[in-house]
Ligand binder design. Structure first.
Ligand SMILES: [Zn+2]
Length: 191
């Protein structure tokens, strides 16, 4: 009886954790890079036109690993283009809401690192930031989730590449695998 109770409690916990993963995108259910979504998936090409020596193979490798296929490939002109800018932000086309056909990542010097560009290409997949509640007053975050206040209505327990609350060591594990699945980029089994 005790064992049964533990099993039921475990299943309930997994269900609750699983439920938050369907809610990562700028516009739930409608945004993202259409060509890379199932069933007719094609690799999204990335091209560095910025002044920085970005390590594109290192930037795309963990994304491809958790997707289980070549979600990103390096080629120019790219579906995604890195360009030099005074600030770091992402613009998908035609809009944040519609299926994306291309995406520009604006890169400033202080963010021109492999780690930050791994995060930014996540925005080109349609994924929103999971930020500190104190940042919600900044209108530049589109459809953000809150990562540091469990009592907040926008709270998400997600810990991965799109979360400000997750250290680099937490990136590209189960939460990110599920995030890719939920958005249609992967049919891979996550655990
Ligand atoms: Zn971000």
């Amino acid at each position: 009886m005790k064992i049964l109770f533990i099993i039921i409690a475990l299943v309930a916990t997994i269900s609750i954790i699983g439920a938050v993963h369907a809610d990562h995108q700028f516009e739930p259910g409608v945004s993202g890079f259409a060509k890379a979504q199932l069933p007719n998936r094609q690799s999204i090409t990335v091209c560095n036109e910025s002044a920085y020596a970005l390590d594109l193979p290192a930037i795309i490798a963990p994304w491809n690993r958790i997707a289980g296929w070549q979600l990103f490939a390096i080629a120019c002109p790219g579906d995604i283009t890195f360009v030099t800018s005074g600030s770091t932000w992402v613009q998908p086309y035609p809009t944040y809401r519609e299926p994306y056909t291309s995406c520009t990542i604006y890169v400033s010097l202080s963010y021109a690192t492999t780690y930050w560009m791994r995060h930014e290409i996540g925005h080109c997949l349609g994924f929103a930031d999971h930020i500190y509640a104190s940042l919600l007053s900044n209108p530049n975050y589109i459809n953000p989730r809150v990562c540091d206040d469990p009592a907040h209505p926008l709270f998400s327990s997600y810990r991965g590449v799109m979360s400000y609350c997750a250290s680099f060591l937490w990136w590209f594990y189960r939460d990110d695998c599920r995030m890719l699945q939920d958005a249609g980029y992967s049919g891979r089994r996550c655990f």
